[in-house]
Design a protein around this ligand. Structure first.
Ligand SMILES: [Cu+2]
Length: 182
């Protein structure tokens, strides 16, 4: 028996799109002051480490329930180690705006310091070590998908120079931030 109206089969895939985000996302951004006339996609809070005009290239690959994030930096401090993490909030004029680290299994105690939650497999973390030109690439793969809308940035912490244990900033300070839609 024919249906009284045609089933809009072509529209059905739309209903499941949110759980199948684009498999690969790439984005490019130049670091700028948070006070720029147009709100920048990438903000620097420490020009000695991340000068305005330095560049970030971000690739996010989602496949089979795993997520790989690659970050390429250029024009930043040479021979420097930058710890980089996925954070929950958008970048803002205040470095704290990006909020805490995104966690797959959310630690019921915040701020999260319990190593059962604050670790490399429950958070997206990578370390970019730059060369003599201030260019470096790092990537990390986790065994989960980001919950849509809950991770909104990559924060570059100040880290340390590659050759000395201490820098001019506290290592945990936030040197820069990139808005990324995970
Ligand atoms: Cu962080």
């Amino acid at each position: 028996m024919p249906l009284p109206f045609s089933v809009p089969a072509a529209l059905l895939p739309l209903a499941v799109l949110p759980s199948f985000a684009a498999p690969v996302t790439t984005m490019d951004a130049d670091f700028a002051p948070a006070t720029a006339f147009l709100p920048p996609t990438a903000v620097s809070y420490a020009q000695d480490l991340v000068p305005f005009g330095a560049h970030a290239h971000v690739t996010v690959v989602r496949a089979g329930g795993r997520t790989t994030v690659q970050l390429r930096l250029s024009g930043v401090a040479a021979r420097h180690s930058f710890p980089v993490h996925a954070h929950t909030g958008r970048c803002g004029a205040d470095p704290a705006a990006a909020g805490p680290h995104y966690q797959d299994q959310l630690d019921p105690v915040q701020p999260s310091t319990d190593p059962a939650y604050a670790n490399d497999s429950n958070e997206l973390r990578l370390t970019v070590l730059t060369d003599d030109e201030g260019t470096g690439t790092a990537q990390s793969t986790v065994d989960w998908d980001f919950r849509p809308g809950e991770a909104r940035s990559l924060v570059l912490h100040a880290g340390t120079p590659a050759d000395t244990p201490t820098g001019t900033h506290a290592a945990a300070d936030r040197a820069a931030c990139i808005d990324v839609d995970f």
